[in-house]
Ligand binder design. Structure first.
Ligand code: SF4
Ligand code: SF4
Length: 194
């Protein structure tokens, strides 16, 4: 784990942008550490989630957006349920990931590609199609080895339990899913104009 780096000048614009976009108020955090204590992924993070909160309070934009933690967070929401100040900490991590993505700062490219493969699969098949997602991950983003290893590790177990299908599931609600993607693209365009 890296030491807390508070060397950047406080970026007040970033703090305000974050508050506006998320609706969360990081200044409520009093650094009790409950979120970090319950976080199952904290051992992999460069900054534990409570430190991310502190970095956010102090407007350390570059440190946050270049951190691995925001990409390695699994959105399990343990931090949210443990926060005595009722901060939706998992949502904080999610919004930071969105901002980092927009600013093309991706400390964990494999994770971003995995998310993109998932979204591409949902866009194409209107729901999760695991084999298709792994194929997109392998072919489009070049993660041949890791995807093949993942397939070999979990594939047989999932197949024997009927959790994995070689073929896409029946298409349902594709018009609604297409509308969601369209609405999101429109929102992103509007945000980019501001
Ligand atoms: S949502 Fe993310 S930061 Fe929060 S406990 Fe889960 S993995 Fe950790
Ligand atoms: S649990 Fe809440 S108050 Fe405590 S450090 Fe985490 S975000 Fe801050």
């Amino acid at each position: 784990m890296d030491a807390l780096n508070l060397t950047e000048k406080t970026d007040w614009t970033f703090i305000e942008q974050f508050k506006k976009e998320s609706g969360d108020n990081p200044s409520l955090c009093y650094q009790c550490g409950n979120c970090t204590a319950g976080c199952p992924y904290t051992h992999y993070f460069d900054y534990p989630v409570s430190m991310i909160m502190r970095l956010l309070q102090t407007g350390q934009k570059e440190t946050i957006l270049n951190s691995k933690a925001i990409w390695l967070c699994a959105t399990c929401e343990t931090c949210t349920t443990r926060c005595p100040c009722e901060i939706d900490v998992a949502h904080v991590m999610d919004v930071l990931r969105h901002i980092a993505r927009r600013e093309n700062k991706v400390a964990e490219k494999g994770v971003k590609s995995f998310y993109d493969s998932f979204l591409k699969s949902v866009k194409l098949f209107s729901r999760m199609y695991e084999v298709g997602m792994i194929m997109i991950y392998m072919l489009r983003y070049g993660y041949m080895l890791s995807a093949a290893k993942l397939g070999m590790d979990i594939g047989p177990k999932f197949l024997t339990r009927g959790k994995l299908s070689f073929f896409p599931h029946e298409l349902m609600g594709n018009a609604e899913v297409a509308r969601i993607f369209k609405k999101y693209r429109k929102m992103e365009k509007e945000r980019a104009k501001k």
